[in-house]
Design a protein around this ligand. Structure first.
Ligand code: AMP
Length: 300
């Protein structure tokens, strides 16, 4: 079962205490798609400039990622982001953000995208996320991500989006900003009052919390000592989670809990390599082997 994602497609420059790399393939929709491709076919919608090299297209197509919805702007430059991680590898600062072709991005989804029942609105401007929702009225599971920048600058649009989606994925600081609550359990429950049927709060190396009307639980991250580059961990989490749900064609509480675990495990591979390298190095079997270890770790 296919899954549609709309989000950023980027050239990232990433500085970690060990290493700096310039203009590596990244963006929320790219990490999401690659992670989800271990589970299902993915249809990516986004925008790039004329500087987009054909090898990136080949890499993504090779993963069964449909790029019919990826627009190329003649003469335009692809979105660029530069981030720097502090010594703990958890905190990061955005040093540069150049929207470039994303600034005037008008998503127009191909017809076969509009019929997809599973939709993920990856991190990006809220007005774009709403335009995509308008084009997919039949989506049976629409889930969104957002970030502090949009919560602070597009609050009215965020509120509208929350009324229209089924699930929201966001990190702990964003949940606090959205609700004004410092306690994460309270913040998760408050977020449900804005509309979504479930909310996932990502806590980086501390795992993820799940909230719905009847449930509230936390799953730990898969412990790894080998953290090379955390960029894209959140998007890979969402890709693993939504990819599993789309593959199963189910999103009842049992499947949602397993999907959260698959998201956590997929993200654990992302952080073990620079950029997409951690995901490029693995297969679905590696994820399943880690799932066996994770289940053992959690049984007592
Ligand atoms: P994550 O580490 O999961 O938060 O995702 C990092 C990715 O998000 C990078 O590849 C960036 O290119 C992308 N990104 C950073 N800032 C933004 C933004 N404001 N809008 C959309 N994508 C962004």
């Amino acid at each position: 079962m296919s899954l549609v994602v709309v989000g950023s497609v980027a050239f990232d420059s990433v500085e970690t205490p060990q290493e700096t790399r310039e203009n590596v393939l990244g963006g929320s929709a790219v990490y999401f798609s690659y992670a989800a491709s271990f589970f299902t076919g993915v249809r990516l919608a986004g925008v790039v400039g004329e500087d987009w090299p054909p090898e990136h297209t080949h890499l993504l197509r090779g993963r069964n990622i449909d790029l019919a919805g990826l627009q190329t702007v003649p003469g335009g430059k692809t979105f660029r982001w530069r981030g720097r991680y502090l010594a703990d590898m958890n905190s990061r600062e955005t040093k540069e953000l150049h929207l470039n072709v994303m600034e005037n991005f008008n998503p127009v989804l191909p017809d076969h995208y509009r019929r997809c029942p599973f939709l993920f609105l990856a991190n990006g401007s809220t007005d774009i996320q709403l335009k995509v929702l308008d084009q997919c009225p039949g989506a049976t599971l629409a889930v969104a991500d957002t970030m502090d920048h949009w919560i602070a600058s597009q609050r009215d649009l965020i509120d509208e989006m929350l009324r229209r989606i089924d699930g929201l994925v966001l990190n702990d600081t964003e949940a606090k900003l959205l609700t004004g609550e410092q306690n994460l359990v309270t913040a998760g429950k408050r977020t449900l009052e804005f509309g979504p049927r479930f909310v996932v709060i990502k806590k980086g190396e501390h795992g993820a919390m799940f909230f719905s009307k009847h449930e509230c639980y936390v799953l730990p991250a898969f412990p790894t000592a080998h953290v090379v580059d955390p960029t894209g961990a959140g998007d890979s989490f969402a890709g693993g989670m939504m990819g599993y749900l789309a593959q199963q064609r189910e999103f009842d509480p049992e499947h949602l809990k397993l999907a959260l675990a698959y998201g956590i495990l997929t993200a654990s591979f992302t952080v073990e390599g620079f950029g997409l390298d951690g995901l490029i190095a693995i297969s679905r079997d590696d994820i399943e082997r880690r799932m066996t270890e994770y289940r053992k770790m959690l049984s007592f």
